[in-house]
Ligand binder design. Sequence first.
Ligand SMILES: NC(=O)C1=CN([C@@H]2O[C@H](COP(=O)(O)OP(=O)(O)OC[C@H]3O[C@@H](n4cnc5c(N)ncnc54)[C@H](OP(=O)(O)O)[C@@H]3O)[C@@H](O)[C@H]2O)C=CC1
Ligand SMILES: CC(=O)N[C@@H](CCC(=O)OP(=O)(O)O)C(=O)O
Length: 310
Amino acid sequence: MKPKIFIDGEHGTTGLQIRTRMAGRSDVELLSIPEAERRNATMREDMLNSADVAILCLPDDAAKEAVAMVSGNNSVRIIDTSTAHRVDPNWAYGFAEMDRDQPKKIADARCVANPGCYPTGAIGLLRPLRLAGILPEDYPVTVNAVSGYTGGGKQMIAQMEDAGHPEHIASPHFLYGLPLKHKHVPEMQVHGMLSRAPLFSPSVGKFAQGMIVQVPLYLADLNDHASLGSIHEALADHYAGQDIVEVVDLKESAALPRVNAVELADTDRMKLYVFGTAGAPHVNLVALLDNLGKGASGAAVQNMDLMLKG
Ligand SMILES: NC(=O)C1=CN([C@@H]2O[C@H](COP(=O)(O)OP(=O)(O)OC[C@H]3O[C@@H](n4cnc5c(N)ncnc54)[C@H](OP(=O)(O)O)[C@@H]3O)[C@@H](O)[C@H]2O)C=CC1
Ligand SMILES: CC(=O)N[C@@H](CCC(=O)OP(=O)(O)O)C(=O)O
């Protein structure tokens, strides 16, 4: 029998992208409820309890409610794309490339928390340097990022695309999260293995999908006389043999005049760069991804596949 998959929130931004990725697949059976019934709690509860894997593409509160709906049913496995369970030790963190044994943890888990889009970039850059001993646990990490506007879901898409929207946003690029309390900070700190909360400044650009996450570092404050080369080597070693996460060659990075935020739009890949000049005091670590690809829906399908194989 084919495993049954139910995407709760399948008519939202993340849900639709997961459905698109599953469209041609004959190895799974997709359970679905009509768009008009998307908030019908009885139908959702039925579907959730009939699924082998439920993928939650809902706001945090609705995701917690969905988990409660299957609490007594151990045969349903869950992938939650919301922020609700990402630092919960009882949930596996769904970033398969973050540790050698993470794919197995995901494959064996009943509940998997899909990472946030910005944390995928930040943790992807930070964790290998913590594991290699290069980045001190208490380093004052700053994370600066720009996301495509689909990161804000249906509401922000309407604000950006509809000039007649009462809260239309005309700006081509804006900062937000100005009180510095973004919901992704705890996840970056825990899975980035940091003792201090990173200072995170996000922004949105007038493009639908794509993301740049930057983590600038002062070499003098790192361990082991870290250099541009040793940092690149640590990242390249960590991701050796991976096909979704690529560490860009130093020479190739050095020859780049710019990084294009939409280069990986509509892909599930992530590219990591180390920028700077040999002998100079700073490096800038950069992650490039699609906020809806490796940053959300692509990662959810990757996690589902690991769970079904396991
Ligand atoms: N967009 C992105 O880049 C990323 C999003 N995520 C996460 O994915 C989740 C979904 O976000 P996104 O797809 O962007 O959001 P959207 O607003 O685009 O979609 C959310 C969907 O959930 C439905 N919904 C809302 N509340 C309920 C409820 N109580 N019961 C049933 N359905 C409900 C909405 O219906 P309605 O239309 O009626 O509101 C909508 O269809 C969020 O937790 C988000 O944080 C994660 C990573 C990246
Ligand atoms: C541009 C924008 O608004 N982005 C969202 C993050 C994207 C998202 O929904 O992140 P989760 O993975 O945590 O669900 C935000 O800053 O809240």
